[in-house]
Design a protein around this ligand. Sequence first.
Ligand SMILES: [Zn+2]
Length: 322
Amino acid sequence: MNRHALDELKQQIPLMGYLQAHDWNPARPLSGGRWMGLCPLHEDHKPSFLVDTNKDLFYCYGCGRGGDVIRFAELYHQVKFPQAVAWLRQWRGAEPLLQEAARFYRIQLHRHSEAVAYLYQRGIRSQALIEHMGIGYAPGGCLRGWLMQLGHSLPALREAGLVTGVGYDAYVQRLVFPLEGNLYGRSLSLAAPPHRFLPGSKGGLYAWKQVQSHPEVILVEGLFDYAVLWEAGFHNITCSLGTHLNAHQLRQLCDGPRTIYVAFDADGNGSGKQAAQRLSRSLRERGITTRVVSLPEGHDPNSFFVQGGDPHQFQSLLEEAQ
Ligand SMILES: [Zn+2]
C-alpha cells in the first residue's frame, strides 16, 4: 500500500470514531478539539489518554505510547503494521455492507414462517425482542442480487464473506443476528453446522454499551440465552458468543469495578462449568468479583426458561451463585 492509499485510509477512519466504536469514551474536553480519557492500552485509573481530533493523533501520558489510527490498531489488536492496515481496510469497507445485509435479512424474517416458528420454539416470541436484537433470516439465494442492485460489487461481497467464492449467498436457512463488525448465523437445517460467523473477529461482548455502567452483569455464552433472559426482564446481560473470550471481550469485562455472574451451559460433560470456572479465575486475578451460576444439569439459560423456569427461580440461582 503506498503513502497516498494510507493517507486516504486514515482520512476515512477518524481516530475518535474508531475509538468510540471500541467502547472508548472521553472523560473531559481540553481546548482545541482535544480530549482526555482512560487509556484503552494499559490499566488506567485516572484519564491519561489524550486524543487530538484535529490532528487525528493520540498520546498516553501513562504508558507513553502514541500515534495515528493505524498505530492504535496495531497496539490495541496486538498485530503488526500490515495486519493493522488490513484490519482497518476491512473495517471501513465491511461496516455499511453488513448493515445493508442485516436490513435485508430483517425484511425476510416475517416472510418465512419456519424462521418465526423456530424463534418461537426457542422462546423468542415478542416483536419488541426481535427488534431489540435486530434478528433477521437468510433464506439463501437473494442477498447477492439485492446488494449488487444497491451498488455493491461482487468482490466486496466476497471479501466480506457474504457470498461464497463461486457466488452463492454464504448464509442459507439461517437466523441472522447483527454483531459489532460481524453477523452471526444460526442454522435451521440440521444438515449444516449450527453456528457460523463471517470471516474476521466475532467482535466484543454483545450489547456491551447497554450494560457497561451496571454494577452487576450476567454473562451467558449464546444469543438465545441472552434473548430469554432479556425477555424475562434481566437487562444487565451480555453474551460472549462461545465460552472462549477474546482479548477485547476480557478487557471489556475488566474496564471497571463490577460483579460478573457467569451463567454458561451446564452440559452433561461439564465443559461449560469448567470454562466458567477458568474464566472466573482469570477475572479474579484482574480484580473483578465473579460468581459462577449453577444451572440444573443439562440446561442452559435458554432451555431453563423455555421449559418453564421463571424470573424468580433464575433470581434464586443468581443469589446462590458462588
Ligand atoms: Zn496508556
